[in-house]
Design a protein around this ligand. Structure first.
Ligand SMILES: Nc1nc2c(ncn2[C@@H]2O[C@H](COP(=O)(O)OP(=O)(O)O[C@H]3O[C@H](CO)[C@@H](O)[C@H](O)[C@@H]3O)[C@@H](O)[C@H]2O)c(=O)[nH]1
Ligand SMILES: [Mg+2]
Length: 237
């Protein structure tokens, strides 16, 4: 039977983690599906790991894994780290701050089954997808990042920088193995590599709502890293 491993990278998500876990569990239980959540916490100073341990007590170690790292090592490597422990044949990657709502999970699963797709990616930039709560600057950065990579690399995915995605586990392992970048640019590189490797990708429109608690970790160095990533892919793939 299919099993879904949800990789949740966390950095200072103490307030968000219990509710997001509750909702993820609820959707899987309602659908009668096998599931687990793998929390990859990078030594958050706010006590996120204490919350994760309580969740293990509550839901059981077969449903919740805490796979901590010693320091803040970035989102891309957090997925790689979490993937090693995934016991499902499908992996879902999502943010822990409610920008990615667990209520979309059933749609991802349904879409995957429709065409036995290798990857289903959430999109803010097609159908009735959208972004809520971002200021103009952040909206422009996101649109600009997508526009640039679309024009230069043509991967035919409407939202390259989003990170709410469902993968077949073996497919994810192959793409991750080929992906070189570590920061926010990681998401875009994953889609470009997936296309180059011939994997099938379907899209599900999602509403991305900016976090209620805490702060985004996107900074200027991530933007420079992104531009370098587009250039590297342009000259290599
Ligand atoms: N373990 C770990 N987790 C991290 C780190 N940095 C961020 N996270 C976690 O990763 C998730 C996303 O981080 P945010 O800081 O909330 O990202 P964002 O600015 O809202 O960016 C979102 O949108 C981008 C595209 O517009 C995405 O590229 C990005 O992945 C994310 O979905 C959250 O669950 C956060 O706790 C890190 O270094 N280590
Ligand atoms: Mg966020």
């Amino acid at each position: 039977m299919d099993k879904y491993s949800v990789i949740l990278p966390t950095y200072n998500e103490r307030k968000n983690l219990p509710i997001i876990t509750y909702l993820i569990a609820k959707h899987f239980e309602k659908a009668g599906l096998n599931w687990e959540v793998i929390i990859v916490d990078d030594a958050s100073p706010d006590g996120t790991q204490d919350v994760a341990k309580q969740l293990i007590n509550l839901y059981g170690a077969d449903h919740i894994q805490l796979r901590a790292r010693a320091g803040k090592l970035g989102l891309g490597t957090a997925y790689i780290h979490g993937l090693q422990y995934a016991t499902g044949n499908f992996v879902i990657i999502m943010d822990a701050d409610f920008s990615h709502h667990p209520s979309s999970i059933p749609e991802f699963i349904k879409k995957q089954k429709e065409g036995d797709y290798d990857i289903v990616t959430g999109t803010r930039y097609a159908g009735d997808g959208g972004v809520y709560g971002w200021d103009l600057k952040r909206k422009l950065i996101s649109r600009g990042a997508n526009f640039l990579a679309t024009v230069v690399l043509r991967p035919h995915v409407s939202d390259l920088t989003g990170s709410f995605r469902l993968y077949k586990k073996d497919v994810l392992a192959k793409i991750i193995g080929a992906t070189k970048s570590k920061g926010y640019v990681f998401q875009m590189e994953m889609m470009v590599r997936a296309r180059a490797m011939g994997f099938t990708i379907a899209e599900v429109p999602i509403s991305f709502v900016d976090r209620l608690y805490g702060e985004s970790k996107l900074g200027g160095d991530e933007i420079i890293g992104y531009l370098k990533g587009v250039w590297n892919l342009f000259t290599s793939v």
